[in-house]
Design a protein around this ligand. Sequence first.
Ligand code: SF4
Length: 82
Amino acid sequence: MAGAAFVHFPSLNRLKSALAFVVSNDLVKKVHEREHMETYLHVFQPQLERLSVAHETSVWNPVSGPLCRFCPVKSCEFNGSR
Ligand code: SF4
């Protein structure tokens, strides 16, 4: 989000953010600086490269995740895991 905000608002140099965890009554604050924008924008680079290769080759290997237990694809080896 910080990277997107810096791209969309060129005059923005510092961004303050916070995550509120209601159940644990916790607030995690962070300050983002424009000088680190490239780092923010490349956080998802490994995942984007994996998706790009899958799109180019039409090979979509399953990757287990927290949503597998809700997935309707019963034939997948990870279905119901986690
Ligand atoms: S169970 Fe569903 S969500 Fe999980 S890897 Fe397989 S297809 Fe993907």
